[in-house]
Ligand binder design. Structure first.
Ligand SMILES: Cc1cc2nc3c(=O)[nH]c(=O)nc-3n(C[C@H](O)[C@H](O)[C@H](O)COP(=O)(O)OP(=O)(O)OC[C@H]3O[C@@H](n4cnc5c(N)ncnc54)[C@H](O)[C@@H]3O)c2cc1C
Length: 387
């Protein structure tokens, strides 16, 4: 057994992956976690379909991350390695119709986690629950346990405390204050994989879906399904566009192409026929009921001008006002800036202290890309220490 004292803070996917890599190479690893149980957000991710990664080819896959640092780490420990790692834990996987990779139906999220925790236990990893990280110096990391403050010596310290959404899972981002006080540059956390609040004219469509539409913001676009809510819009094309809208100030304008497979002139020529506009939209152009309701939010003059209407079917403007509140979204953008980290993910100002997972400054859309990057950064940091 290696004598290094490895302490990992945060028993989420990133911290547990680093623990596994190091324990497999003979290190004694201690994981400290403020909850009573490990990986609660990982389990929450399993509620709506447990997509652990995606089957896309490397280039399309890497395009989902803007951060070159994350791209490099995902390339090193990629989707195939995740599938192999799961297989090694005894978890079989399949590729869903959307390309997302899930555990096969016989494995519930809790079983995936149990298989992982069992493996870590066999490797001698000790998990210490109900310990809240409150700080560190060059030799000790400090936790609050019950009302007591305890100092634990470390030779290598890995911080993997996650982002700031869904605080009830334990990822409360209180570390932001602690690290900021130590002079570490933290890009402010912001909602990611977030719906948008829209102008109120769309709120009447609450609960209705638009399928197979193309949503665009400038040159960026994504085809998929969106849902109208009491405050605005949600859906995977919306989440994909978050990172591009983030660079601008609200209010902003998205555009919906309600008929991606037809050109504007094809739509116009259909509307030039003898039938009433509403029946052409419904019968000839086969617009969905929701699309018809959306077009009905236009004023009468616009709706009845077929030149304008055909343009709007291809490019319906949606005014977006803001992201949703951080606590309700799937992930957060922002975090420990890469300018504070070496290529080993070690804090430049604090040698022997490393970061991994969502607490660093990157973002990705849902679809397995978040967990993939958490696994990859945990792997990377574990390997950096081995080197
Ligand atoms: C509703 C929902 C659905 C999701 N769906 C998907 C999906 O389908 N696909 C996908 O790829 N991703 C999904 N995600 C995102 C994914 O779960 C996260 O990106 C991932 O869990 C982040 O991993 P992490 O290890 O960096 O941090 P976390 O999983 O957040 O773990 C951090 C751990 O650190 C602990 N901690 C925090 N502060 C302290 C402290 N001060 N002291 C001690 N411990 C502390 C926390 O309690 C937590 O256990 C989803 C997230 C949510 C909320």
């Amino acid at each position: 057994m290696n004598e290094e004292q490895i302490i990992i803070v945060g028993a989420g996917p990133a911290g547990l992956m680093a623990a596994q890599i190091l324990a497999e190479r003979g290190f004694k690893v201690h994981v400290y976690e403020q909850n009573k149980a490990a990986a609660r957000k990982f389990l929450v991710a399993g509620n709506g379909g447990f997509n652990l990664t995606h089957s896309e080819e490397p280039e399309a896959f890497l395009e989902k991350y803007e951060s070159a640092e994350i791209q490099k780490m995902v390339r090193e420990f990629d989707n195939e390695r995740v599938v192999q790692w799961l297989g090694d834990l005894g978890i079989s996987t399949y590729v869903g119709s959307s390309g997302k990779i899930f555990p096969t139906k016989n494995f519930k999220p809790i079983q995936v986690l149990k298989a992982w925790l069992d493996r870590l236990e066999q490797l001698g990893v000790a998990v210490h629950y109900e310990n809240t990280f409150v700080g560190f110096d060059a030799s000790f990391v400090y936790f609050k346990k019950s009302e007591e403050k305890i100092g634990v010596p470390y030779s290598k310290l890995i911080l993997a405390m996650g982002g700031g959404s869904w605080q009830k899972t334990g990822s409360d981002a209180k570390w932001v204050e602690t690290l900021t006080a130590k002079g570490i540059d933290i890009t402010p956390l912001q909602s990611a994989n977030s719906g948008y609040n829209t102008a109120s004219n769309l709120h009447q469509l609450q609960g209705q879906y638009l399928k197979n539409i193309r949503v665009s913001f400038g040159n960026h676009h994504k085809v998929g399904e969106i849902v109208f809510t009491k405050y605005g819009i949600e859906g995977s094309p919306i989440y994909y566009l978050n990172r591009f809208t983030r660079k601008h100030d609200f209010p902003l304008r998205l555009h919906l192409d309600l008929k991606p497979n037809l050109s504007e002139s094809e739509i116009l020529s259909a509307l030039q026929g003898p039938e009433k506009i509403s029946s052409t939209l419904k019968r000839k152009l086969k617009l969905s009921t929701t699309a018809l309701h959306l077009l009905k939010t236009l004023d009468k003059e616009t709706y009845t001008d077929i030149n304008i209407l055909s343009k709007l079917i291809k490019k319906f403007p949606v005014e977006i006002l803001s992201f949703r509140p951080i606590d309700e979204v799937i992930s957060t953008a922002g975090g420990v800036s890469f300018s504070e980290l070496t290529s080993n993910l070690e804090l430049m100002k604090f040698p022997n202290v490393y970061c991994a997972g969502e607490m660093m400054d990157w973002e990705a859309p849902t679809g397995g890309y978040l967990l993939q990057a958490c696994f990859s950064t945990g792997f990377w940091v574990g390997n950096s220490i081995l080197k």
